[in-house]
Structures are given as structure tokens and as C-alpha cells.
Design a protein around this ligand. Structure first.
Ligand code: HEM
Length: 402
């Protein structure tokens, strides 16, 4: 049995990052509201995480925490301005404006776009025969989609994943100085590019393509308020990060799971209509975003009975919640037809992922078409993990498709 008495989320090692699930299971059983040395708590039960996300008394503002973590630097400006790390009323304004990009009409445009991009990418995959699933397929699709939404021209697209990983990497509980420096450089560089794009769109409002979100963010108003240039830049950087790394990981993690579970791969080949269930099960088994954070704005009683005093800093283990045996029968089993599957990879509550419908659509189209077109899929070399605790995915997954 694993000894979790000395476990501290702020001092996790490479072994936990490689495979956190046994430790999470032990925490869920014996220390579901686990206290870290800095006084914060780590929640691993589904009902505690759900209650945390649903509570109106839980705050997402991180000005104080990020002030301590980053000091005054571009990373602090970025993360404290993103809607994800803010509370109403600022959060409400930005969310309403960004939501304008995800209306059913815009999603229908997006669906056609995704189908076209996926088919083009799959032709390229077929030509390659042997490839890196992440570099040659997984990250290309979200890059194209987000670039389209933000109006990012072709010449910058190759850099987007580097920016995304550098900025998100700085959110890990333990951040070495070189990762911090890379994150700051990425915010500055991508921020400058976006600032120019915003100025250009402001001067040329009619040039926006159908489905572009930049235009609605610049000119949209909520309660008579428009976003400032800084708010625009930082929330566009956030959109890149929110929609990019997670979707790449959804694609990579799903193919990784199918390679590890040939019976489920066969099942999907035989019944293509199971693709939606496969996407949900992949999101549950290997949640691309594994850990969230909130601060208790009031004393909060958790379903498991513990009362968290006002001011407690909370880490929610989405990965732990998604393998809770109280909710999921045989939680470590990959079952693409699992039903019901109340996984919380997109969380719930006022910050529920705005891109969930888009992400599911990308996953369904990209993975569904990939699997059916290349039934002889096999692994072709060692996989490399992202190496982060908060985000779970691969940097490399070599495969052969014929
Ligand atoms: C598999 C892919 C994805 C996963 C697993 C995912 C997961 C999440 C999670 C867990 C949150 C809530 C974080 C928190 O408040 O603690 C979130 C928020 C968000 N996501 Fe996603 N996401 C994905 C894809 C996308 C895409 C494709 C977009 C848009 C292009 C997107 C846009 C957003 C936005 C705007 C928020 C902030 C919502 C708010 O704070 O009100 N996400 N996502």
C-alpha cells in the first residue's frame, strides 16, 4: 500500500507526474481532504470536487496567490486578467463576450471547418505512414481552429503550441526558474503579436472571417462595457491556451488509450457510433486538465463532512474525481460504452468550460475519422509525456498507420 501521510502536492515528483492514479486512489480512500504543508487542501472525491465547483462561495480570483507565485511580471498580468482566474462581475462580462463565439450558428460553421481541416490532415498522415501523432496531427487541428477564431496568420502558427505549453507550464505547483522565464517570454511575444492583430481588426472591422471571435471580443459590449486592450490581449492568449493544449491532449490521450486497449480499439472499429462514448471515456480516464483551484469565500461544509474555513486555498483533483469508485464502476477500466459517465473533465458551475461543445466536436470528428481510416494503427517508438502535473498529455507519440 502507498504511504500518503507525507504527500504534499507542492512537492510532487516525476513518478507522480508519470502515473498519479494509485496515489490519488490512496488519497481518496484515506485522506480525501488532504492538507498540504502550506495549509491548502487537495480534494480527490467526486462529490467534494463537484460541490466545490457548484458553490457560489468559491472564488477563482488568484491575485494574491499569483502575486506570491510570480511576483510582478508578464505571467502575473496574464493569469490575473484571464476570465478563468476571475470572479463576477469582471468574469461575467468577459464570459458573455466570449460566449458569443460559441453560438449554435458559429459552431455549425466550425463543424464544417473542422471536417475540412481533419480530412486534409489525414491525407497528410497517410502520405507520411510513420509519424508523430502529436506534432503531425494532434496539435495541428486546435492550432488551425484557434488561429481561425483569433485571426492569427499562417506565419505565426508553428509557434503557438510552444507559447501555450510555456504559459500553462508556469501554473504547475512546482516551477523551475527556466520554465518561469520561458512563460514570461511567451506572454510578451504572443501578446505583442495579438496586440497588432487587434489594432488591425479595429481598423478593418469588415475583414473578419465568418466565425472569427476576435471581432466580437473587440466590439462586443456587456452592460455598456467593452474590454480594454490589455484585457483583450490577455483573454486572447487565454483562449489559445484553453483551446489548444487540452484538445491536443484529448487526441493524444485517446489514441494512447486505444493502443493500450486493443479490445476497445476493435470495438470502436466495429461500431463507429461509439465514438462519442470513447471521447467521454478518454476525458474521464486521462483528463487533459487534472487539477483546478478555488479559494473558499466563506466557511464551506463539504459533502464528506469537513468544514473548510473561509480563505482556504483548494486544489480540486479532476483526475481523482473521475476515478472515484463511488461514482464509476471499476474506475480504472477503459470502457468506451460506459453509461452513465458523469465525468467532470470540463468541470461544472459558473466557470464550466466554454469550449466543451467545440472540444467534443473536434474530438468526435478528428478521432472518429482517424480511427476508421487507419484501422492498422500501431505504436512506433517510445511515448514522451508532457511532464506536467496539471496538464496531462504527450509531447510525442510515434505511430505507424499502415
Ligand atoms: C478537451 C478539451 C478541453 C478541456 C478538457 C477543457 C477543460 C476546461 C476546464 C476544466 C475549465 C475550467 C477551469 C476552472 O475554472 O478551474 C475550462 C474553462 C474554459 N475553457 Fe476549456 N477545455 C477544453 C477545451 C476548450 C476549448 C476548445 C476552448 C475554446 C476554444 C475552451 C475554452 C474555455 C474557456 C473560455 C474557459 C473559461 C471559462 C470560465 O472561466 O468561465 N476550452 N476548460
Amino acid at each position: 500500500m502507498l504511504d500518503i501521510t507525507g504527500f504534499d502536492l507542492n512537492a510532487i515528483d516525476a513518478a507522480f507526474i508519470e502515473d498519479p492514479y494509485d496515489t490519488l486512489a490512496e488519497l481518496r480512500r484515506n485522506s480525501p481532504v488532504h492538507r498540504n504543508a502550506d495549509g491548502s487542501v487537495f480534494l480527490t472525491r467526486h462529490d467534494d470536487c463537484l460541490a466545490t465547483y457548484r458553490s457560489r462561495d468559491m472564488l477563482s480570483d488568484k491575485t494574491e496567490a499569483f502575486g506570491k507565485k510570480f511576483g510582478e511580471c508578464p505571467l502575473k498580468v496574464h493569469h490575473t486578467t484571464s476570465l478563468i482566474f476571475n470572479d463576477p462581475p469582471y468574469h461575467t462580462v468577459v464570459r458573455k463576450l466570449i460566449a458569443g463565439a460559441f453560438t449554435p450558428r458559429k459552431l455549425a460553421v466550425m463543424e464544417r471547418l473542422i471536417e475540412g481541416i481533419v480530412d486534409r490532415l489525414l491525407d497528410h498522415v497517410e502520405d507520411l505512414g510513420e509519424l508523430d501523432l502529436i506534432a503531425d496531427f494532434g496539435m495541428m487541428l486546435p492550432t488551425e481552429i484557434i488561429s481561425f477564431m483569433l485571426g492569427v496568420p499562417e506565419e505565426y502558427r508553428a509557434k503557438l503550441r510552444g507559447y501555450s505549453v510555456a504559459i500553462l507550464g508556469a501554473l504547475d505547483p512546482v516551477v523551475p526558474p527556466e520554465r518561469m522565464a520561458a512563460g514570461n517570454a511567451a506572454v510578451e511575444e504572443f501578446g505583442a503579436i495579438l496586440s497588432d492583430l487587434i489594432d488591425h481588426r479595429r481598423a478593418n472591422p469588415d475583414g473578419a472571417g465568418e466565425g472569427e471571435v476576435l471581432e466580437s471580443l473587440i466590439f462586443g459590449e456587456h452592460d455598456g462595457r467593452r474590454l480594454t486592450q490589455e484585457e483583450l490581449v490577455q483573454n486572447c492568449i487565454f483562449l489559445l491556451n484553453a483551446g489548444h493544449e487540452t484538445t491536443t491532449s484529448l487526441v493524444g490521450n485517446s489514441i494512447g488509450l486505444l493502443l493500450d486497449h486493443p479490445d476497445q480499439h476493435r470495438r470502436l472499429l466495429d461500431k463507429p457510433e461509439l465514438i462519442k462514448g470513447m471521447v467521454e471515456e478518454s476525458l474521464r480516464m486521462e483528463s487533459p486538465l487534472q487539477i483546478g483551484n478555488r479559494t473558499a469565500g466563506e466557511d464551506i461544509a463539504l459533502p464528506s463532512g469537513t468544514v473548510l474555513p473561509k480563505g482556504t486555498y483548494i486544489h480540486t483533483s479532476i483526475a481523482g474525481a473521475n476515478r472515484d469508485p463511488e461514482v464509476f464502476d471499476q474506475p480504472d477500466r477503459f470502457d468506451i460504452a460506459r453509461s452513465p459517465n458523469p465525468q467532470i473533465a470540463f468541470i461544472t458551475g459558473i466557470h464550466v468550460c466554454l469550449g466543451a461543445t467545440l472540444a467534443r466536436m473536434e474530438g468526435r470528428i478528428a478521432l472518429g475519422r482517424f480511427v476508421q481510416r487507419f484501422p492498422k494503427l500501431s505504436q512506433n517508438g517510445p511515448r514522451e509525456r508532457l511532464g506536467l502535473a496539471r496538464f496531462r498529455g504527450y509531447t510525442s507519440l510515434p505511430i505507424r498507420v499502415q
